[in-house]
Design a protein around this ligand. Sequence first.
Ligand code: F6R
Length: 615
Amino acid sequence: MCGIVGYIGHREAYPIIIKGLKRLEYRGYDSAGIALYDGTDIKLSKTKGKVADLEKRLEKEISTTGTLGIGHTRWATHGVPNDVNSHPHYSNSGDLVIIHNGIIENYESLKKELIKRGYTFKSDTDTEVLVNLIEDVKKNENTKLGKAVQIALNQVVGAYAIAVFDKNKPNEIVVARLGSPLAIGIGEDEFFIASDASPFIEYTKNAIYLEDEEMAIVRRHKGIKIRKIKDDSLVAPYIQELQLNLEQIEKGGYEHFMLKEIYEQPSAILDTFRGRLLSNEAIIKMVGVEDNMKKFLNANRIIIVACGTSWHAGLVAEYIFEDLARIPVEVEYASEFRYRNPIINENDVVIAISQSGETADTLAAIKLAKSKGAFVFGVCNVVGSSIARETHAGAYTHAGPEIGVASTKAFTTQITVLTLIALRLARAKGTISSSDYRMHLLELELIPEKVKTALESDAYVKTVAAIYKDAKNFLYLGRGYNFPVALEGALKLKEISYIHAEGYPAAEMKHGPIALIDENMPIVVIATKKGHYEKVVSNIQEIKSRSGKIIGIVTVGDEQVKNLADHVIEVPETIESLTPLLTTIPLQLLSYHIALMLGKNVDQPRNLAKAVTVE
Ligand code: F6R
């Protein structure tokens, strides 16, 4: 997965593209490159490493003038991250240059054909094959670039968002999309191209999001023409007004996006239930749910599909839906679900959870569920994303842009949305009493303030982090609603500090992991008062008698765990179903501080990308 940026207009393209690439580094950051048209020729520079490395090198290598250009930040799929495999890629003649996000699955057979016809390749990438295929079509069919791109893409199997230009026609960029996002920002006598709107937000609020199987010819003076790649039919452009603002995508005084996003959770949760939870009238209003109430109420079961942190939010939702709305729930890794011929039909409701709305496996799981007749509801953060558009209905988490690769506010806002849905369905089904229902609404309203209180543990969490930062392994334990939080805590630590960590249901510890416990093993135990408190306390005793180091996440004022644990981190009291929204906070902070103390790149951990648009 990668980020792409392009510009054609009256300004210097270089600063726009470089800044845009930095904003898209969440999509990949193992190499970066840029190609500019300087009025006579293409100037290209690319390198392994981050956009900042490109910047350092580029100004020494090439002239950075020109009002047309494309840039790329890469997360390698075909070919190791190195200078040669970085994008942009030239065609053999040097006339065409391309950037690509996605995978061309049949590139090997296309490459063989092109080699037979005399083409040579410098890189191991599928992208270099694509640009030469376009060149080959252009020559053989004697067509313009747009037509050549269209013919070439009809021979391609896979996923792509591409931008390509021809140095002999430096007044246009041709773009196309299938399975990877592509937005076109529309300014006055200028156009911006990007994987999302963040690179051009300060220049224009008007954007077109290409749909799958669409391509556009973007001409500086003549505007945009959109066509269907398959049948060449013209598509009327749908221009959206962007809601994003610059402040939302900048660090706002925090050292890292991850920390900013952890601290944004009180407002993100509030924004997520604002206007949906009307506690005075005891009403939950969610258009996507109301419009499809029959489908939800008649469902035999709910199947949740998601990946990573979103899958953990799905596990929390399983408890909430079954507990409150008494609907059977299955939670599936999208990547497993899509390949195992699942039994699913029109009586099932599928809920797909995804921050980015672009995760390839989740998208494929949705398509499979739809093909079997299921009703599919999306819970996404990125407005207008592929999953938001592919689902029958949905509810956005209003978390705002999440840029740190490790998901934080997306998780808590997903749980917020799912809680609202479960409560609304419970009310409609009559599985919750009106007093219990009201109590839940009131408690949910208090959560943003309680998250703020939980954040006050930050300084103490940092001292705990300093003690355990050199541990080689961590265990995270929780029960009931907090079992998924244990999984999430372990994932956060793994992904940004590279310390091995495992999450377990606390009682399951006896069936294996207990063998790992000794004085070198820190064990984070979520032991809030509501839930299976006494049972978890017994688990803590079992750990203590094997000399494990215990970090307890406890309800404020707890004494029992305090007497047993090496450290306790307090969170405010709330009802059991909402405890994940609070217990998650210190775990996010713990992983943040440990990673920082170990000198890791918190916002851009190695090997990861923010949106995983490949399988
Ligand atoms: C972990 C993390 C990933 C994502 C996963 C799904 O911090 O960010 O595990 O949760 O890649 O991504 P989305 O939610 O965008 O579908």
